[in-house]
Design a protein around this ligand. Structure first.
Ligand code: ATP
Length: 302
């Protein structure tokens, strides 16, 4: 085998709670990941030039060492004693870039799995996970063959979940730049007695919502209707995202007025999604938004 092509699907965060700041500067979080059917295609081909060469159909994706897939290939060839090995990587982007949908991370995961096969490395799953964690917090989720998972620590410790439900979403990606470290950096975490590191009473973006509804949400996804599910969608980063870009609040209100349920920001934004009870309902909302927003998608659990 000298070439192969892989699917790289996006994710939504149906729940994201920031627990505390870690000594390494990252945050411990608890998040519920859902894999969705917005899918990039990643092609890998051995080359004899010893180069890592990236091509992409999207003009804003970096083609050099800033691309996460470059870092994956470089790390893997160095770690496994083949510093002169080369690979051509072609990324066909469908997932909007820098949107909170983990486009770069899913490409990286696809390349980790792909190079394991292409270069016949015979690495075990735990070795692939170790590489993924070095590349980024959102990468490990995509190494599991699951639609649903709970992520803890940096979001990179994954517990796959068996949930049969498939949800329909209306997803809008506003044309706004949202820098993930800036969003996390704007969160202040206080302490409240009896709440560990959660909640507080000072600062502009204190995390005040007590409790942890992630497990209840999982239960509802298995057993309950879409109204009950939508009432539990939550993202601690949302208030910062809205502060950076107040127009996202308007977008949320617009989606609610069109009967999207549980309207929430995904990850560190700027993507906003809501639930609908059918594909038809999602398409009706899409039709109403398409004249005002260029990136409006109807997506489903994948
Ligand atoms: P996350 O939710 O994991 O923080 P995101 O979905 O918000 O990520 P990405 O699409 O991964 O955002 O892009 C973030 C930045 O990463 C982009 O601005 C781009 O410069 C860079 N990047 C590196 N590799 C890739 C890639 N393979 N695809 C897209 N962007 C990439």
């Amino acid at each position: 085998m000298s070439q192969l092509t892989l699917n790289a699907p996006a994710k939504l965060n149906l729940y994201l709670k920031v627990i505390n700041k870690r000594p390494d500067g990252f945050h411990n979080i608890k998040t519920l990941f859902e894999r969705i059917n917005l899918i990039d295609r990643v092609g890998l081909k051995d080359n004899t030039r010893g180069e890592i060469r990236i091509t992409c159909n999207h003009p804003h994706v970096p083609l050099g060492s800033k691309n996460l897939v470059y870092r994956v290939a470089d790390l893997m060839r160095t770690n496994y004693g083949m510093p002169d090995r080369g690979v051509d990587i072609d990324i066909q982007k469908v997932i909007p870039v820098a949107a909170g949908l983990a486009g770069g991370s899913t490409n990286a995961a696809a390349v980790i799995m792909g190079l394991n096969r292409l270069w016949r490395l015979k690495l075990q799953h735990k070795d692939l996970i170790a590489i993924a964690r070095q590349i980024g917090s959102d990468v490990p989720f995509f190494l599991y063959d699951t639609s649903w998972a709970m992520g803890t620590e940096r979001g990179d410790k994954i517990r796959p979940l068996k949930i049969d439900r498939k949800l329909w979403h209306i997803l809008v990606v506003p044309k706004v730049k949202m820098h993930t470290p800036k969003v996390y950096g704007a969160i202040k975490i206080g302490k409240k007695e009896g709440q560990g590191n959660i909640g507080g009473s000072e600062g502009t973006n204190l995390l005040t919502k007590p409790g942890d509804n992630a497990n209840i949400l999982v239960h509802k996804l298995r057993n309950s209707n879409i109204i009950n599910i939508s009432s539990l969608l939550y993202n601690d980063l949302e208030k910062v995202v809205v502060q950076i870009c107040p127009r996202i609040k308007k977008l949320k209100e617009k989606l609610k007025s069109l009967n999207a349920m549980g309207v929430t920001v995904s990850g560190s934004g700027p993507s906003v999604y809501g639930l609908t009870d059918s594909e038809t309902a999602a398409k009706q909302i899409q039709a109403q938004l398409s004249n005002r927003y260029t990136q409006v998608f109807v997506v489903r659990t994948f």
